[in-house]
Structures are given as C-alpha cells and as structure tokens.
Design a protein around this ligand. Sequence first.
Ligand code: KIV
Ligand code: ZN
Length: 531
Amino acid sequence: MSTSGNEPQPSIVASPAIEAGKRVYIFDTTLRDGEQSPGASMTVNEKLEVADALVRLGVDIIEAGFPIASPGDLDAVRQIAERAKGVTVCGLARAVKIDVEASIEALRSAEEPRIHTFISSSPIHLQYQYRKDQDQIMEMAEAAIKQAARFTSNVEFSAMDATRSPKEYLVRMFTMAIRAGATTINVPDTVGYTTPDEMAALFRYLMENTPGGDRVIWSAHCHNDLGMATANALAAVQAGVRQVECTINGIGERAGNTALEEVVMALRTRRDAFGGLDTAIRTEHLVSTSRIVSGASSVVVQPNKAIVGANSFAHGSGIHQDGILKNQQTYEIMTPQSVGWERSAIVLTKHSGRHGFVGRLEQLGYTLTPEQAQSAYERFIALCDEKKHVSEDDIIALIENERTLPPEGYKLQQWHIDTGTGRATASVTVAIDGVEHRAEITAKGPVEALFGAIDEATDTRYKLASYIVDAVTSGIDAQATVRVRIIGEDGKVYGGQGLNTNILAGSAEAYIAAIARAARTTRTAHQAALA
Ligand code: KIV
Ligand code: ZN
C-alpha cells in the first residue's frame, strides 16, 4: 500500500495552490519539542508571538505544547487554541487518561483541534522506563486513542523510539491505532539513530503491511543527534510520508529536530528530486520567523545555519563574488529574497515619513497597534540620527523589540558606569510608577555592577537565568539586541529584551524589562489572591 496519489486529506486547512496528492503537511513542534531545548523555555507572551509567526508562515499544524506538563503550559495551549485561526492546533498527551483530559481542556476552543498521543515501542524503553510488556503498552495506547477520538476526529498517534523497535510490533501497534481512531501515524526517530536508507525502508514496510495504512497520513519526526534529521525526514517523504514534524531553526531536545526551513526549501528547490511535492509554507517569512523564535527561545542561530543563518547567502571568496556579480545562479541555488533576506531594495530613511515606514512594515508582515507604530517610528527616527546606514535588519529588530516592550510603569531614567580593569561602579535611577529610585554598586565588571544597581534600585533579587548579546548587523555602529531571562518568585522564567547601539544601555533596558514583567505578574497574582 502506498499513500502517494490518493492519500486522504486530514481535516486541516488546505492550501489551494498545491496539486492534489503533492502536498506535504508541515507539523511545527517549535512550541513543544523546540521548547524542550535546554534553556529555551518561553513565556506565554513569547509563545503567542511565535504562534502568530507560525500562522503567518503558513504551517499546517502547530503543536502548541504539552498541557499536562504544568498549568502554565495548559494555559499557553489554551490561548493559542483561542487565537490561531486557519490552522490545526495540537496538544501532546502521553497515553494516559489525565494527559488526554488536559489536552481536551486546553483545545476546547480550537477551530481544528488535534490530540497527539504517544507511547514507547522499543524494547529498551518498555523494559527500563515503562516496566510493561508489549500487550500492556498496546492497551494503554488504545485507551488513549479512543479517549482522544471521542473529542476530535483529528488524532495523531506516535510510537516513541520507533526506529529502535521491532517492525512487526510497530505494524501491530499501528493497526490497532488506526482501528481505534488515529488519523495520523507518526514514526519518531526519538534518539536520532537511524539513517536515510533505513528510514525510507521502515516506512515502506509499515505502509505495505499495516491494514488501514492507506486511510491515514504517515508522518516522520526526526532528531538530529547524528546530524541526519533533515536527510531522514526527506527520505521518509520520498518513501510516501506526507507529514513532516519539524521546528524553526531545528531547535529541540539535545541536538534538536528536523529544521522546518531546510525541509521546506529542499522540497521547493529540488521539486525535480521529490516528484513535485511541496508545502504551503510562505517561504518569504522564513527569516523573520527564525528571528522571532531565536528571540523568544534565546537559542542563537549559528551563522552557517542553512537558509536562516547570517552567512547562508554570504560569499567570502573572490571567485564566488565574481561569479555572483556576473550571474547570481553561479553560486546561489535559491534567491535570498525567496526566504526573506534583503526583502527590498527600498532604503528607508528619516525622509521616508511615517506613512512609508508603516507601509513597509505591513509589507514585511508586521501588524502593529497605532501606539506601537508611533513608538517604533520615533525610535526609527532616533536611530537614523545615531547610525549612518539603517538596514532592514535594524528595522526588524526595532519592531520585534517594540512588540516585547515591558509593562508600563518601569523606566530607566539615567545610568552611569565608571569602569577599568577588574572593577566597575554603576549608578542608576529607575522610575517605578513615576517614583524615582537611585542606587550605586561596585562590582568586578560593568554588567554585574549595572544589574546589581538595578536590583538595589528596584528592591528585587531575581536569579539571572541567561544573558545574551547579539549584534543586529555588522559594523562598529551596529545595534545590539540584548536578551535577559530571570527566574521570578513563582519559579517561572521572565524575559526582557533591549535594543541599543550601546550594549550597556541595551543590557539595562533588557534587565529592567524582565524585572518589570516578573514584578507585575507576581503583583497581579498577589492582588488576585487578596480579592
Ligand atoms: O521524539 C519523540 O519521540 C517525540 C514524541 C513525543 C513524538 O517527541
Ligand atoms: Zn521529539
């Protein structure tokens, strides 16, 4: 049995542009598997921002989280389900009753809800983790699928560690899963162990031997432990798989997951090699989505990362530069513009006016409130005075910063640092709800002194979880994006972002933004408890 040519359409929003039977569905798990990357946890607002970007990008399914993991995760999935339209929203659930219940709870208001339930199938997992035999595992899976199917007709089942599992057992499991109501069958290479040939052979075997296999969408979920996640996913597609599970920038557990941008651009650029298969992704949003995810997750994109890395279209050698000048195709297999680099030759200057500035932002896919647009425009004009050349990257950074501005009421009024080898003294004045608080601290370095002075002035002592500085463009006058994460009193992570041509000013902005969020949330929770 093969799914090509006549595969069923799951109940997800279809793209009219792709020929029937040639569609590969993109299941984005940035907000679930991606968020499991060490240090990548996101605040609810950051998750909403990522979800909006994924909708704009045109993914088919958003795996919004793992609702049973915490009340915060459940809330994030619920909010995404309420807000994301024209897309399937999915919640992950172990094959246990309370997990499926939590996903149902979170997905109630989704336009098109999907429950993704999973259980292991490999001998090593069954023996050491589950301490159950194959039949007991099958019973758990069947009960969870049936429970999910009573809520939605869109149910995905995964056999975790499938690539290290006996294939006959997988056939038994998937036969049961399809009978119980699963409409998507996912085969994860959980530990990133398999090779492209093995992956393709496994899918062919499963598709040929699983009764009912022609009625479901087959899906691949690959991890990158041996650097083969994209190759394995593409081999699966060649074998008949029509859903790829992936993340933006390839973030995810350990070495990460299949990178969405790689699969999408491989299919688009090499349609010839993949029999005309394609996705509904609006590729011109890949770079901006990558930036949003990097900002929200604090996972920096390596410069040589395919498609979205800063160097992915940079030509260093003279021979290559010469070729590019003569004909772009000499050394470029896709255009930078097609994935969202250098979107326009129109240079925005302070003479462009507010109208021109906002119009360009709309073309880039950014929708700002009138207040955000005004504030972004004022910052843009100020930047034009500071920098000789304001690039589109600068403007995008400015907008993304605008969207993550801290809650009202906290403002850095003034700061000053004296520093030299091994010693720095920082003084700051922070206004909180209009009342000024001043402090001065001496420490070993300028950032430590600055953050210490801000702690003192705001009377807070949060634990710093991460501090990342990233230059937006090259050049001595480049703006720096600074991202700070702190652990709030409630144990949650609060993030703040600063953008400035002065790294220390950007650091102070970011730190105060994080403190403001943590303090405001804690205060609101406290007030709610008193009410
Ligand atoms: O890698 C994996 O096996 C998973 C499953 C939950 C699908 O992420
Ligand atoms: Zn995974």
